[in-house]
Design a protein around this ligand. Sequence first.
Ligand SMILES: [Zn+2]
Ligand SMILES: [Zn+2]
Length: 123
Amino acid sequence: MTDAPASTRWCLSRHGGAVCTRPIGHAGLHNRVGTSLMWSDRTADPAQCPVSGDPASPAPELAGGFPHGRALCPTCLAFVRLTDDGRLWNHDSFRGARTDAEQLERADWFNAHGWAGETLPDR
Ligand SMILES: [Zn+2]
Ligand SMILES: [Zn+2]
């Protein structure tokens, strides 16, 4: 395991549920690789994930405890804290791990449990 997960190198702007798979910070229109769908920042979805507040269950934990009772958001693939009544906290759509440690833990988790929800293309 030397490669970081591909998702963390993507722009991840969203439009109608599609995710931009161009590199972070790219110029020009957003584009989902393999489709003709393109969009601009003006028409991109809001930063807040649309399923914030939906019921969810904690994701399985790795031996080290990750993701510590958080749920995997089925829409944006962020690990999100749950409210006391089992709903996803309001959160921004996932745009890449904030730390190297989190990135490694996410990679381990997806290796162990696979992708839920959206299937991300290989690159
Ligand atoms: Zn983009
Ligand atoms: Zn989400």
